[in-house]
Design a protein around this ligand. Structure first.
Ligand SMILES: Cc1cc2nc3c(=O)[nH]c(=O)nc-3n(C[C@H](O)[C@H](O)[C@H](O)COP(=O)(O)OP(=O)(O)OC[C@H]3O[C@@H](n4cnc5c(N)ncnc54)[C@H](O)[C@@H]3O)c2cc1C
Length: 371
């Protein structure tokens, strides 16, 4: 029997698993390697912080999906890949050789570039570690009688959603002593989004009492303080870091062709440009047509990956795919409201949140999570 290894339980591999459950691959022994038995859906994480969803509603049971698909589940993380010898090494010491490998391991938090981050801040990834740490942080906030400064470093979509979610939770649960500050390097949050949406987010933050600290490029963190290239330091009692995506080192050291940042370069078929027996999708991949790191592209690549893995396993040619130019972004703003953007167009309101909620719950239902 030949062996297909799925590395990581990201958006696209969830689809591959549901596809395999419906149509098993004859003659192939399939393995899934993931450090956690479940995958927390990042699109619903701000809703968990805001108190809209229990964590179970945001969790995809990877082990159950694997069992349904008759895929062997390894609860471990890959530490290395040997692209020449077709072998991966896992954190628990397991070595798995493969005839075909698919990598959907997502990004690492961009914290190593920022001195002091690892010691003094709480990164949003790995999401499981964040989910474990958040209740302790809430206890710390509640134990404090005087003002508690919560800084959120990074004002992309994730940072903005976290700020609104934490503010909503603080309002509903009466944490009036918690002051939230969102810190970003641009004049307004959401660099790269439509100007109208950025201005709208700026206004909403002010209305909700979230302080916006723009045009601040962080140099590093020391205990209780973020230092910037210019301007006074920002004091904090807790700091969440959402400064973007970085690549793991092991694809490059394992011999795979990567871009300058270390993301795996793939052809339009999602195969590595250097090793066609290795596929990569989602944030860990650098597509031929460059796109921002966003879950939406991993979701769109998912059916293509499922089909192309099947094609190669069955001796057929994989099909090309080009990620769409523009994507729909739905950004929750805490109080069961959301903003939508498509290219330069944007709109907001309670109905946008209901729309996002329906899409998110629908996605979770298809992944076997009953919300
Ligand atoms: C709070 C928040 C909100 C967001 N909201 C949106 C949004 O609304 N829209 C949007 O488009 N994007 C959003 N994003 C970005 C989105 O989360 C990522 O772009 C997306 O998760 C990338 O998907 P992926 O499938 O590549 O990997 P991931 O979803 O990160 O999944 C990777 C999986 O691989 C596993 N893994 C990691 N390392 C290893 C390893 N070494 N070995 C084995 N397994 C490994 C992980 O445990 C995980 O299960 C948000 C991000 C955050 C943090």
């Amino acid at each position: 029997m030949k062996r297909l290894v799925l590395l990581g339980g990201g958006h696209a591999h969830v689809k591959v698993l549901t596809d395999l459950a419906e149509r098993p691959l004859a003659g192939w022994d399939v393995h899934l390697v993931s450090p956690y038995r479940r995958q927390i859906y990042s699109g619903m994480l701000p809703g968990w912080i805001a108190g809209h969803y229990p964590i179970e509603a945001c969790a995809i049971a990877l082990d159950a999906l694997a069992a349904d698909a008759r895929v062997k589940f390894h609860e471990s993380a890959a530490l290395g890949v040997d692209a020449a010898d077709n072998e991966i090494t896992c954190a628990d010491g397991t070595r798995l050789n493969f005839d075909l490998l698919s990598i959907n391991t997502g990004p690492l938090p961009a914290i190593n570039q920022l001195p002091g981050c690892v010691e003094h801040a709480l990164p949003i990834r790995p999401i499981e570690a964040f989910v474990a740490a958040w209740p302790e942080l809430v206890d710390r906030m509640l134990d404090r009688c005087r003002r508690f400064e919560l800084a959120i470093l990074g004002a992309g979509a994730a940072g903005v959603e976290l700020a609104f979610a934490a503010q909503y939770r603080a309002m509903v649960d009466g944490w009036s002593h918690v002051r939230i500050t969102l810190v970003g390097s641009g004049g307004l949050p959401l660099d790269g989004s439509p100007d109208r949406m950025r201005r709208q987010v700026g206004r909403l933050l002010a209305q909700r009492g979230v302080a916006w600290l723009g045009e601040r490029r962080a140099l590093g963190l020391v205990a209780g303080q973020i230092n910037f290239e210019r301007g006074p330091a920002q004091r904090f009692d807790a700091c969440l870091v959402v400064t973007g995506a970085s690549a793991p080192a092991w694809p490059r050291t394992g011999g795979l062709a990567t871009d300058e940042q270390g993301f795996i370069r793939v052809r339009d078929t999602l195969q590595s440009v250097s090793h066609p027996r290795i596929f990569a999708v989602g944030d860990v991949a650098a597509y031929a047509a460059a796109r921002p790191k966003a879950g939406v592209y991993a979701v769109k690549a998912a059916p293509v990956l499922a089909e192309n893995l099947r094609a190669v396993c069955e001796g057929r040619a994989p099909l090309p795919w080009t990620p769409q130019q523009r994507a729909l972004y739905l950004l929750s703003t805490g109080n069961r409201n959301a903003l939508a953007s498509w290219g330069r167009w944007s709109i907001g309101g309670g109905w946008v949140w209901k729309w996002k909620d329906r899409i998110d719950r629908g996605f979770m239902r298809r992944c076997g999570t009953d919300t």
